[in-house]
Design a protein around this ligand. Structure first.
Ligand SMILES: [Zn+2]
Ligand SMILES: [Zn+2]
Length: 393
């Protein structure tokens, strides 16, 4: 197997920009790449940094209605919104070049998936991807085109028979789940803050996939303020078992880092360290269940200076087989760039210093704990459809 790892990046990807004041500031990506470079992660001979051209309509139409693609083009070139299709809304305002910018993200994920599938690279990372809320006919939640859904459809077209998608963004991965709701070839797993307290309001444990695909949608809906110990416990109680049972040939993961305690939008209260550990678990699982065929995507993350660059630098480090010791100091050269760009200091360490103490599910569960009730609801709802026992590990 190739040892090379693809990192999708070109500054043109910064054109995905809803404008000043919008939470999804492209500078979060710019700062991440600068930090990864300052740590030397992208300069290794095994790492290929590859850009992307905007995807053709026939590629976008793997996951989107032609009428929607046409509406995005109109919005993009003429500035005309289409609120019924989610375009020109508060979450997804129209901007010039919107179509090209969003279609470029799609190419990044699709080409990366195919490069992994064909064995040209071992893993791939597209931090600009993970647009998991985009629907077949509508933009939603800062997402215009669903790069993850297109990448998975491209893998299926190439002959893949079972693809798993695991989403650890704070929000439910509703667009990807919707794309494959009735498709037994694609397992979608989303660990998120409950729809009762957070956008998009979906992702209940009882949602387990459509007719003919029961058990291929897995939803873990956690209470707000779950924190590291509960979150790691929940991920560990569900994700490895369902992946081992489904036996995918390919893993796509979405690493939105808006579950961090400092994120202004969500409330799961995680540390940087918990996200880093989960990335390592997913990497390990990819090697265990699908010969390492792994595409890691970005996603949400709105603490643009204090969280996103460090969180996704850890993901890049993990995927390129050069994990960064959490005790590492953030390079002064990067901190100086942040001061120059933002006029303020960024955190100086690659850790939040979290202890990461958590209890495995096999040690028993406590029905008085909200997290344990959430995990139990998921296991009861979906494990039998996968042929797994909800009660025991
Ligand atoms: Zn690996
Ligand atoms: Zn999110």
């Amino acid at each position: 197997m190739s040892q090379r790892v693809r990192v999708v990046w070109t500054p043109e990807l910064l054109d995905y920009d809803f404008g000043p004041g919008h939470p999804m500031a492209p500078l979060r990506l710019d700062l991440t790449i600068r930090l990864a470079r300052a740590l030397g992660l992208l300069q290794h001979p095994d790492v290929e940094v590859v850009g992307a051209e905007p995807a053709a309509d026939r590629v976008l139409e793997l996951a989107h209605e032609p009428e929607y693609v046409a509406a995005v083009r109109r919005a993009s070139s003429e500035g005309i919104g289409d609120p019924a299709r989610g375009l020109g809304t508060e979450d997804d305002p129209v901007f010039p070049g919107m179509h090209e910018a969003a279609a470029r993200v799609v190419t990044g994920s699709r080409d990366a998936a195919l490069a992994v599938w064909r064995g040209e690279v071992a893993h791939a990372v597209n931090l600009t991807g993970g647009m998991h809320h985009a629907m077949p006919g509508a933009a939603s939640g800062f997402c215009v085109y669903n790069d993850a859904a297109v990448a998975i459809r491209a893998l299926l077209a190439e002959g893949a028979q079972r693809v798993a998608y695991v989403d650890i963004d704070a929000h439910h991965g509703d667009g990807v789940q919707a794309a494959f709701w009735d498709d037994p070839r694609v397992l979608t797993v989303s660990v998120h803050e409950s729809g009762r307290t957070l956008f998009p309001g979906t992702g209940d444990p009882v949602d387990i996939g459509g007719a003919g695909a029961h058990g291929t949608a897995v939803n873990v809906a956690l209470p707000s303020h779950t924190g590291d110990a509960g979150w790691l416990r929940a991920v560990d109680a569900v994700v490895p078992e369902v992946l081992r049972e489904f036996r995918p040939q390919f893993l796509v993961s979405q690493h939105g880092c808006d579950a961090h305690v400092e994120d202004p939008i969500a409330n799961l209260d995680l540390s940087l360290d918990a996200g880093r550990l989960a990335s390592a678990w997913l990497h390990q699982l990819a090697h265990e269940v699908c010969d390492g065929r792994w595409l890691a995507l970005g996603g949400g993350g709105y603490a643009v200076v204090d969280v996103v660059p460090r969180a996704w630098t850890h993901l890049l480090a993990e995927a390129t087989h050069r994990p960064v010791d959490p005790a590492t100091r953030v390079p002064r050269s990067w901190l100086d760039q942040v001061v120059a760009l933002y006029g303020r200091e960024a955190p100086g360490s690659m850790t939040d210093g979290a202890a990461l103490r958590w209890r495995p599910w096999s040690a028993g569960f406590d029905p008085d704990e909200a997290v344990d009730r959430a995990v139990t609801a998921t296991r009861r709802a979906v494990f039998p459809a996968l042929g797994l026992d909800p009660a025991v590990e």
